[in-house]
Design a protein around this ligand. Sequence first.
Ligand SMILES: Nc1ncnc2c1ncn2[C@@H]1O[C@H](COP(=O)(O)OP(=O)(O)OP(=O)(O)O)[C@@H](O)[C@H]1O
Length: 205
Amino acid sequence: MKISLEHIGRRFNREWIFRDINYEFGSGNSYAILGANGAGKSTLLQVISGSLSSSEGKISYLKGDKVIDQEKVFINLSMAAPYLELIEEFTLTELIDFHFRFKKYHKDFDRKSVIELLGLKNSEFKAIKYFSSGMKQRVKLALAFCSDTDLLLLDEPASNLDQQGLEWYLSLASNLSSDRLVIICSNQEQEYSFCRNRLNIADYK
Ligand SMILES: Nc1ncnc2c1ncn2[C@@H]1O[C@H](COP(=O)(O)OP(=O)(O)OP(=O)(O)O)[C@@H](O)[C@H]1O
């Protein structure tokens, strides 16, 4: 998958958050979107995901040599972010089954192996509302990584994770990213250090 941003800008009311971003993202690569708190990282990620429109410029998506409509991009992506909530009333098993009604499993996974990957066999029938914040974050990441999607968008992926959780996330990133386009919003070096490409929002103010 290839994503091209041409002169992309976004404002809220009269305040421009970023302007004139020209950038190309390509499959098989990992990208970090960097910037201080409030710089506009999440805003840009939401523009890339198609869930927020840009105020100016053009964004285009190519899969092979086929153009994908912006409204259909969501089929090709999975995303984990602090502002995307899990359905708290569901048990872990129900949540996984619900998620994979809309996304296909990555070829190496099914419900059982996702639960194994999470290390949450003892909590499979527990409601998500009783999960700790770190357990919820692991669930968000596992659902994103274990979906068969070309584009993986991660906003602050290590938030709420302890050292062991951070290592677990880094192993997912190293094992389940090949051939995908991975874009990470972060200001914590440890969660994006493996990204070869960096885009700093401060350059587009
Ligand atoms: N819906 C909205 N209406 C008005 N302003 C908004 C809206 N969403 C975001 N903003 C503003 O846009 C700016 C960028 O916010 P954004 O969440 O993208 O930053 P960020 O770089 O992801 O920050 P953080 O590192 O704290 O998560 C902030 O000033 C924020 O207040």
